[in-house]
Design a protein around this ligand. Structure first.
Ligand SMILES: Nc1ncnc2c1ncn2[C@@H]1O[C@H](COP(=O)(O)OP(=O)(O)OP(=O)(O)O)[C@@H](O)[C@H]1O
Ligand SMILES: [Mg+2]
Length: 220
């Protein structure tokens, strides 16, 4: 399975700057891809497109050879996003946040909570935090809860914007290992935007976003 972007252009409404200009890339299952680039280069913009949150201005996005036309369905069934701003539900506890995708998926509450606890444990969040609201956690802890919630949705494509931005080295390595496991052992497609060269270099394929297109590190 693969996600292909063909000749993608993107311009924000009422802006005259073309952020993405004829971008081509193919993300294959079983791989982790990293994307680096200057601040303002358009990395988050690209991830919003891949996540189905925004619409391209031109070009095609193909999922297994078929153009993605229904972004709502695509978002619900195919892609999971870890955003630069955490987007946890502020009025729900940590455990409720992570259980939520599982309950949507039809898991009974008890099973959903059991699975949610396993996921929280896998990202290093201790059970003393489960009943708290997200605002009571540190930035890095919230980031890891957001990762656990994304994993709970079990999406084929996982897209993460600076997922280790607030984390120390140990937690960063833990998250990298989770992403690699998802790609290499669960055949997912993982796409990470990061400013951290150490994180980027752990990916199977490394890209740089420059002047509106993705350049592979091999072409540098
Ligand atoms: N909602 C918006 N409306 C208009 N322009 C925007 C909007 N969001 C971002 N931009 C512009 O689009 C360009 C790309 O922004 P984007 O957020 O994708 O950059 P980025 O590569 O993710 O940067 P960073 O590394 O700082 O997160 C920037 O010039 C930015 O000012
Ligand atoms: Mg960004």
């Amino acid at each position: 399975m693969k996600l292909e972007l063909k000749d993608i252009d993107f311009v924000y409404p009422k802006s005259d700057r073309i952020v993405l200009r004829g971008l081509n890339v193919s993300f294959e299952e079983g791989t982790v891809s990293s994307i680096r680039g200057d601040s303002g280069a358009g990395k988050s913009t690209l991830l919003y497109l891949i996540s189905g949150f925004s619409k391209k201005s031109g070009g095609q996005m193909l999922w297994n050879g078929e153009e993605v036309t229904d972004l709502d369905t695509y978002r619900r069934t195919t892609v999971g996003t870890i955003s630069q701003s955490y987007l946890l539900f502020p009025t729900r506890t940590v455990l409720e946040n992570v259980s939520y995708p599982l309950i949507l998926d039809g898991y009974p509450k008890e099973e959903a909570e059991k699975r949610a606890k396993e996921l929280l444990e896998s990202v290093g969040i201790e059970d003393i935090h489960y009943k708290k609201l997200p605002e009571k956690l540190s930035g890095g802890e919230q980031q890891r809860v957001a990762i656990a919630r994304c994993l709970a949705a079990n999406s084929k494509i996982i897209v993460a914007d600076e997922p280790t931005g607030n984390l120390d080295q140990t937690n960063t390595q833990g998250i990298i290992n989770i992403f690699k496991d998802l790609a290499h052992n669960q055949n997912k497609i993982v796409v990470i935007v990061t400013h951290d060269p150490a994180v980027a270099e752990e990916a199977d394929i490394q890209y740089f976003l420059k002047e509106g297109v993705l350049v592979s590190s091999l072409e540098q």
